[in-house]
Design a protein around this ligand. Sequence first.
Ligand SMILES: Nc1nc2c(c(=O)[nH]1)N[C@H]1C(S)=C(S)[C@@H](COP(=O)(O)OP(=O)(O)OC[C@H]3O[C@@H](n4cnc5c(N)ncnc54)[C@H](O)[C@@H]3O)O[C@H]1N2
Ligand code: MOO
Length: 390
Amino acid sequence: MISVDAALEQLFALVSPVSMEPVPIAAANGRVLAQDVNTSRNQPPFAASAMDGYAVDATAVAAGVTFRVIGEAAAGHRFDGSAGPGDAVRIFTGAPLPDGTDRVVIQEDVSRDGDQITIHEGFDERAYVRPAGADFTAGAMLGAPRLLTPSDIALLAAMNIPNVPVRRKPIIAIIPTGDELVQPGEAPGPDQIIASNSYGLAALVENLGGTARLLPIARDTVPALTLAFDLAAEADLIVTIGGASVGDHDLVGDVAETLGLERSFYKIAMRPGKPLMAGRMRDAAMIGLPGNPVSAMVCGHVFLAPVIRKMLGLGAAPAPREGHTLAKAVGPNGPREHYMRAVCDTSGVTIFDRQDSALLSVLAKANCLAIRPINDPARSAGDEIDIIRI
Ligand SMILES: Nc1nc2c(c(=O)[nH]1)N[C@H]1C(S)=C(S)[C@@H](COP(=O)(O)OP(=O)(O)OC[C@H]3O[C@@H](n4cnc5c(N)ncnc54)[C@H](O)[C@@H]3O)O[C@H]1N2
Ligand code: MOO
């Protein structure tokens, strides 16, 4: 058995960042920027009004002063002329500031009579002008790698980047295995259950920015598993679920090796997740997850997520940990690093009493995994503990 850290290092060695592709900006949210992008624009491209009001020469502004309104500037429609001393231009938010003006008196601070405006006592002193290039100037850059957020998308659009260079989505084939499984919606036989973690893992893959290719359930036979691996041929990463342990029907490792798996490791000092295996297989990386629903999902967070992030060019780093305090005491840990289902809130970390790796209802209540080091002694409320958010 190897440690979780050693397993992660070996997993990182199995994958490389996938290639780049340009996507329309409308499809770039959640994708990973693969190359620095630069803008050739200034934003705003001109000094612009920040309010609705009157553009004037700042030096002439004082309470009781009167200006003559000589025209209008609206967003998208500049005032063509030039304002002289005593002139004001009616202006709206986003309009270019007319020549001869350098501040805006908001309309709440003037009285208007025909083409005359008079500034009130106690008027707002602010200039309400956004200088040219106040947001960004030509040459400004958004640096890669970067997981693009809605804010980034708005910035890229303002920079006039219609097509964004991103990493293509890695294709992750997911192969559920087991004679006992049927798909959700099917009628299970008396000894059957519904395939669940395959759907959970597919959802996790999609959340991480991959494309999940959920393959049909492979029965516990050599031909069925061989066919499943053939169906996964185009994938960047093949993930099997179940059949990884030592039972007579646990055939995944044997079949994968017959088909060319070069195994990196098998079994890790982790709970849940002990019978994890991984290697290179044909042109893809392969990860064999344990079948227990929670084991597979925990391995998804601890191993699959960092591996997919590396494939997306986001670097090779473990799932980020946060230090918190325990809200409730826990007993000692055994010889495997334990990733315990827990809730982290303002009162601290509360680890659930029931930790069996078959309990999806407990996993669904958890918002984090609390990590117990190997042979960690019993801990009291108030002690420090690391968590991974899930
Ligand atoms: N004698 C030993 N037995 C077991 C050991 C061991 O070391 N010695 N390890 C245990 C541990 S730890 C785990 S974890 C499981 C993993 O076994 P497998 O990876 O071979 O998984 P299966 O036997 O195929 O399934 C286990 C369990 O999970 C259910 N399952 C499988 N796939 C799905 C799915 N897609 N959706 C929902 N549920 C699924 C399956 O029905 C079983 O109940 O082995 C222990 N045994
Ligand atoms: O370690 Mo297994 O992965 O107990 O569920």
